[in-house]
Design a protein around this ligand. Structure first.
Ligand code: ATP
Length: 458
């Protein structure tokens, strides 16, 4: 609604106090930059994933889902280029021993006017010296030289020390789609162009994680690889830019809070790349990426695995390695955008303020709250709860004044509250309160379930 009121602190506090997101391993003093989703948070995140899947798999004629293993043959990461070059330029402050990304230091110092992606390590070191760029923690300018730091988490596979092999926690889900390209194509009899989607965990040993769930070391990605013929690639690149934008709008992100940002520097294999940025409480930052990756990924897997990745066109018999348009968005980063977007401290007519989360109903954790006006109406209220729970996530609350109970639902963004009162016992009707307008209507219990279903449809 109006995300200019919201700060990161307000979101973190709300998340912690309302069971949305807790610090990871909290009773042991935490585990830096890990977060646990609570009862409300897990529902919201699942709903984000469901909406994405609906748009990019269910409603898409030519898309198929996979759920590939997190642990993959280590050769996959040689082929993808991650073992050689999935790294960030790291510098340590010699004074206070904190670790930084040189590119981030430069971008912050130049207020975004210098694009550090375009600089070599030597040029970054020189810029930092010439401009006396200081450590954000201690204010001194005394850094180690830059070292490239690989972001992949390593682990080992094997039962004996000697027989152990180095393997990695996947740093992106995309390779699971690439290595299964022909499995999916053959088993579904899909014809190029078609897409493969996946939602799953990824892990990155980030040099500077932080900003709550914006950048973490363990996160979920929702990725869609669209395989097409060379020549059609730019057309589909534009189509996916548009679909990515429309998806954000469809879950309630206001268009004025998102913008496209073309990449200034393309990876050597990429033909085009852009991000959609969101106006987070920390400023405009990447929410998702869309890339025209040419036929690089499948060609590399063909080269490294020795298995043909050729697609045979069933009409022309032409053989070729398809181009890939990749659309990739972090589920947790989108969750942060959704939380920022929904947050409002609203001043009411009577001068009071209410904190309300205006989630799209499809995203909200509970679709409906059942509230008996008094405790002696609880039997009937439980009946209504049971009936609604067959179709929706429902919550029940009989503690405190009805006003307080409405506020509690507003804070977690429940779009509808159903009140059971004395008239309910007479004529089987209930009131339904709308979270956003706070207006109430009276409807028959027999019509309630369909009414809610229609209101929350996505
Ligand atoms: P960034 O520039 O922010 O590090 P990236 O360009 O490396 O991101 P991609 O590799 O394109 O990101 O990953 C696709 C998406 O995955 C990102 O747009 C973001 O939404 C999400 N993502 C990437 N890294 C993280 C992370 N460490 N924590 C949370 N989400 C992440």
């Amino acid at each position: 609604m109006s995300n200019n009121q919201v700060t990161m602190d307000k979101i973190v506090n709300l998340c912690k106090s309302r069971g949305i997101i807790f610090p990871g391993s909290e009773i042991y003093g935490g585990m830096g930059n890990t977060w646990d989703y609570g009862p409300i948070g897990v529902e919201i995140k699942n709903n984000i994933k469901k909406c994405w899947w609906k748009k990019f798999v269910q409603e898409s004629e030519n898309s198929y889902g996979v759920d590939a293993a997190i642990l993959m043959n280590a050769r996959v990461w040689d082929a993808s280029g991650h073992t050689a070059s999935f790294s960030d330029p790291k510098m340590d402050c010699k004074e206070c021993k904190t670790r930084h990304r040189a590119d981030n230091l430069i971008e912050a110092h130049s207020k975004g006017t210098v694009n550090a992606d375009l600089l070599s390590n030597e040029e970054m070191e020189q810029y930092i010296k010439d401009n006396n760029v200081c450590c954000p923690r201690c204010g001194k300018s005394n850094f180690t030289p830059i070292r490239q730091f690989n972001l992949m988490f390593e682990t080992s596979r094997g039962v004996t020390e000697e027989g152990q092999n180095k393997i990695y926690l996947r740093p992106e889900t995309a390779q699971g789609e690439f290595v299964n390209f022909l499995n999916v194509q053959r088993t579904t009899r899909a014809k190029v162009p078609f897409g493969i989607a996946q939602i799953g965990k990824a892990f990155r040993n980030e040099v500077t994680p932080g900003n709550f769930i914006f950048r973490t070391i363990e996160f979920e990605q929702m990725e869609h690889q669209f395989f097409c013929k060379e020549g059609q690639d730019q057309e589909y690149y534009e189509i996916y830019k548009n679909l990515a934008w429309e998806f954000l709008k469809s879950i309630g992100i206001d268009e004025s809070h998102i913008r496209f940002k073309d990449h200034d520097k393309l990876a050597h294999y990429a033909k085009a790349a852009c991000d959609i940025q969101y106006q987070f409480p920390i400023g405009w930052s990447e929410l998702n990426g869309i890339h025209n990756r040419t036929n690089y990924d499948l060609s590399r897997h063909q080269e490294y695995s020795g298995k043909s990745m050729l697609y045979v066109d069933p009409f022309t018999n032409e053989k070729y390695i398809p181009y890939v348009i990749e659309y990739s968005i972090g589920a947790d980063r989108l969750m942060l955008a959704v939380l920022s977007e929904a947050y409002e401290e609203e001043t009411l007519e009577n001068g009071e303020t209410r904190q309300v989360m205006h989630f799209h109903p499809a995203i909200a954790a509970y679709k409906v709250a059942v509230l008996p006006l008094q405790k002696n109406l609880s039997e009937k209220a439980r009946e209504v709860q049971k009936m609604l729970a067959k179709r929706f996530m429902v919550t029940y609350d009989e503690a405190g004044s009805i006003g307080k109970r409405y506020r509690r639902q507003d804070e977690i963004g429940t779009p509808y509250s159903v009140t059971i009162d004395f008239d309910t016992m007479e004529n089987d009707t209930v009131t339904v309160r709308d979270r956003d307008t706070m207006e109430q209507i009276r409807i028959k219990i027999s019509e309630l379930s369909d009414y809610i279903a229609e209101k929350i449809a996505y």
